[in-house]
Design a protein around this ligand. Structure first.
Ligand code: ATP
Length: 370
């Protein structure tokens, strides 16, 4: 069957100081990473940060200029792709157009000289796994985009890969189909326990699917952590700004009294010191999630006063945009779940703003690499 043993303690992939250059440009700066067997890891970052290059190095489609790559404990840095026992799914499916679905899925098994009867059985199982039983005789052009992507997934899984690599596999699908494919892929991955490396620039996709997320920018790993750690405890201003919606407010680190004391618009905000990545006296960028900004009638307990300048209706919530004179007329937005926000905070009204410090972190404004 397609079911490998499930063992979550072994290292499936190890990268040790992997370096990649294109001419004079460094695409990857000595990346080190350990991926456990059965883990679902996502490489997340903006276009050009090196995600695909890193995936290609794991696959063996490109050669590293330094460092070592191990798959299942074996050094594969110089091993060709077909000997690495990896399954790959690309953004554009890359199915063979002239072959039937069956032939597409069985391709890797034929290349490996697996007996015909076994190929037939494994192809059937793989097609059932991706809910395409009965589609074996069709050609790729006779399938929808979502179905083609499931064929590509079946083709990658049928060889029982040590690692499944997926490069933006759902980006060509419309939103609803993308969401249902995410759920389906996750279910299949869990069922098989296959180690998976998923590439995306979509933070929602990364947060919803992954055991751990590797946030990359400009050829560096900025942070590796669970979706919750990445979202709630960013260790780097790039991560804080890239993952999730955020307001960036100007402040200053004024002192410590057990907790860190930050000055924001003439008031003092107290935060656990480990969430302030700066030294005392420095100017700060405060990263505040819109859902962590509270609005109330302006009063003595308000941290800041603000004027409502716009509403952005988002279906299940409303983003209330505010102008804050005490922050040099910075604008920020607060996420309100009830639709009564539209009538409660009309455009032009004066409101009191507080921040729930749970959702705040701060970095030195001098840290340039955002
Ligand atoms: P995207 O999401 O747009 O695919 P990415 O994060 O996958 O981006 P890569 O494709 O890995 O980024 O590219 C990383 C850097 O390496 C980029 O600056 C890119 O221009 C460069 N690069 C990638 N492949 C080559 C190549 N074959 N020759 C020269 N430069 C390359």
């Amino acid at each position: 069957t397609l079911q490998p043993d499930v063992n979550h303690t072994r290292v499936a992939v190890r990268l040790d100081g992997v370096l990649k250059r294109f001419g004079d440009a460094i695409a990857l700066h000595k990346i080190s990473l350990m991926i456990e067997e059965g883990e679902f890891i996502t490489l997340l970052g903006p276009s050009g940060c090196g995600k695909t290059t890193l995936l290609n190095l794991m696959a063996g489609f490109a050669e590293a200029d330094g460092g070592e790559i191990f798959i299942d404990g074996e050094l594969v840095t110089d091993t060709p792709p077909w000997q690495r026992e990896i399954g790959i799914v690309f953004q554009n499916y890359a199915l063979f157009p002239h072959m039937t679905v069956e032939k597409n899925v069985g391709y890797g098994l034929r290349m490996r000289g697996v007996p015909k009867a076994e190929i037939a059985e494994r192809v059937e199982q793989a097609l059932a796994l991706v809910k395409l039983a009965g589609y074996g005789h069709r050609k790729p052009r006779e399938l929808s985009g979502g179905q083609q992507q499931r064929v590509a997934l079946a083709r990658a899984l049928v060889i029982r890969p040590k690692v499944l690599l997926l490069d933006e596999p759902f980006s060509a699908l419309d939103k609803n189909l993308r969401l249902s494919m995410q759920v389906e892929l996750k279910a299949i991955q869990r069922k098989l326990g296959v180690t998976t490396v998923f590439v995306t620039h979509d933070q929602g996709e990364a947060l919803s699917m992954s055991d751990r997320v590797v946030v990359m920018s400009a050829g560096h790993v900025r942070q590796t952590g669970t979706p919750d750690e990445i979202y709630r405890r960013p260790q780097d201003p790039f991560v804080a700004g890239f993952v999730g919606d955020v307001n960036i407010l100007p402040g200053r680190y004024v002192g410590r009294d057990g907790v860190a004391m930050l000055e924001l618009g003439g008031n003092v905000l107290r935060l656990p010191a480990e969430r302030v990545h700066a030294t005392i006296g420095e100017r700060l960028d405060l990263f505040v999630r819109p859902e962590n900004i509270q609005l109330a009638a302006l009063g003595p307990h308000s941290l800041l006063s603000a004027t409502v300048i716009a509403h952005v209706f988002q279906g299940d919530h409303v983003d209330v945009h505010l102008d804050v004179p005490a922050l040099g007329n910075a604008t920020l937005f607060a996420r309100q779940s009830g639709l009564n926000a539209l009538t409660r905070w009309p455009v032009g009204s004066l409101v009191g703003v507080n921040v729930d410090d749970e959702g705040v972190c701060a970095f030195s404004a001098a840290s340039q690499d955002k």
